[in-house]
Design a protein around this ligand. Structure first.
Ligand code: KG4
Ligand code: ZN
Length: 394
């Protein structure tokens, strides 16, 4: 089954085409085309993602990205297409709220044969609603025009299932998954522990009571005067401390709390950690570069300590046989290292799956993977409503 997947939930416009072969027990995914355009540079000056701007950029980029992905997949065949007036009217209505997209959409599809794909998958949520809508309306228009079934994908399911994929040469495979799977999902908008006891059935084990961990990284980075997105910047500074071997010295005297470390739930709280950084900075308005590095280091240690402790508790509670870590923050070198070492030492019987770095931040490959499993179950839809807070589990 060939799946065309579209992702526009935040600041990445991404489209991928995957050939998916197999069933729920064992699947091989071949990435035929994969195109991604990051808007990070555009949002940088706002210090975060600016929704109206994200929407406009997605609308501008979707057609060129689709063209590139189809071309890479060798599924782009030029041919003049006559679009019946009725279809054209329906599509214009679907795209009415995406100014700028309608014209380029028709220009492109009027000159391209319907590609040989079997279904179109698109992120329905969670994310920024104005951004989600662009992708959804684009997918609906394509599905209508090309007569393809449509699948609505939960972005967090994309992160979680794609983390199960092992790369084997040119392909990704998901097979022999040992249930229950516990997923630690850490991104700019989410921090949650979700268990999958049966395939595609999720239960919420714990979640943040305030800020998401990626949000905390981004906010603390901003306090330290670092550019957006803050996660990679903090990580870079913190690593310099670890590799310099200068853990002592006056600059390392910052101590931050590990919020909710010892309470008896699997919930998190990161707002307090962020406030603690704020207070420390109040007393020292001018941090030296060296001090900034040590603050980043202590902050990252505090986050990793809390994430690990809560995940260990959740492993005990769920009896999970597999642990996956997904979401943008799972790109973090220190968190990856802490989990790899601690799992090896304390839970060597549990399989740890951390996605490859290309799959950690938002992309359309993960949407295609989740879309495939939903399509296998024939969960096709005719309409999709963007839901910024779409839950994966309750
Ligand atoms: O999953 P993602 O790409 O987008 C959302 O769905 O939110 O995650 C983005 C988040 C941002 O907060 C970013 O700062 C964080 O992931 N992030 C990192 C790293 N790379 C990205 N956080 C810590 N360390 C990193 N290396
Ligand atoms: Zn994400």
């Amino acid at each position: 089954m060939k799946i065309l997947a579209i992702e526009t939930s935040c600041d990445e416009t991404a489209i991928a085409v995957l050939d998916c072969v197999g069933d729920e027990r064992s699947t091989t995914f071949t990435i035929l085309g994969n195109t991604l355009l990051s808007q990070i540079e555009i949002h940088k000056e706002y210090g975060g993602v600016f929704p109206a701007l994200a929407k406009r950029e997605h609308a501008k980029n979707l057609v060129p990205i689709l063209e590139a992905a189809l071309e890479e997949a060798e599924l782009l065949h030029e041919d003049v297409q006559v679009i019946p007036a009725e279809t054209r009217a329906k599509i214009s209505e679907i795209l009415a709220r995406e100014p700028g997209l309608t014209k380029i959409f028709f220009e492109f599809v009027s000159e391209c044969e319907p590609p040989a794909i079997d279904a179109i998958a698109v992120t329905a949520g969670p994310g920024l609603e104005p951004a989600l809508w662009v992708g959804i309306n684009f997918a609906k228009a394509l599905a209508l025009l090309w007569q393809k079934p449509l699948v609505a994908v939960n972005h967090m399911e994309g992160h979680s299932l794609s983390a199960l994929a092992q790369s084997e040469g040119e392909t990704l495979t998901i097979k022999d998954v040992r249930l229950p799977v516990l997923a630690l999902l850490i991104s700019g908008g989410h921090t949650e522990l979700v268990s999958m006891e049966r395939w595609l059935e999720y239960k919420l084990v714990g979640q943040t009571r305030d800020d998401a961990v990626g949000e905390a990284f981004d906010k603390v980075a901003r306090m330290l005067g670092l550019p957006y997105p803050g996660g990679p910047e903090i990580s870079r500074l913190a690593e310099t401390v670890r590799t310099s071997g200068k853990l002592g010295g006056p600059a390392s005297k910052f101590t931050l709390p590990r919020p909710m470390l010892h309470d008896n739930t699997c919930d998190f709280s990161f707002a307090g950690l962020k406030t603690a950084v704020l207070y420390l900075l109040k007393n020292r308005p001018e941090l030296t570069d060296e001090e900034k590095k040590h603050m980043a280091h202590e902050f990252e240690n505090a986050v990793a300590d809390v994430l690990w402790k809560k995940t260990a508790r959740a492993l005990e509670e769920t009896g999970a046989e597999t642990l996956v870590i997904g979401g943008g923050v799972s790109a973090n070198t220190h968190i990856r290292r802490v989990f790899t070492e601690n799992m090896q030492r304390e839970y060597s019987n549990v399989k740890l799956c951390i996605p490859s770095s290309a799959l950690t931040t938002d992309n359309a490959v993960m949407i295609a993977i989740a879309g495939f499993y939903r399509a296998l179950r024939k969960e096709f839809v005719t309409d999709i409503i963007a839901n910024g807070n779409l839950p994966l589990a309750r």
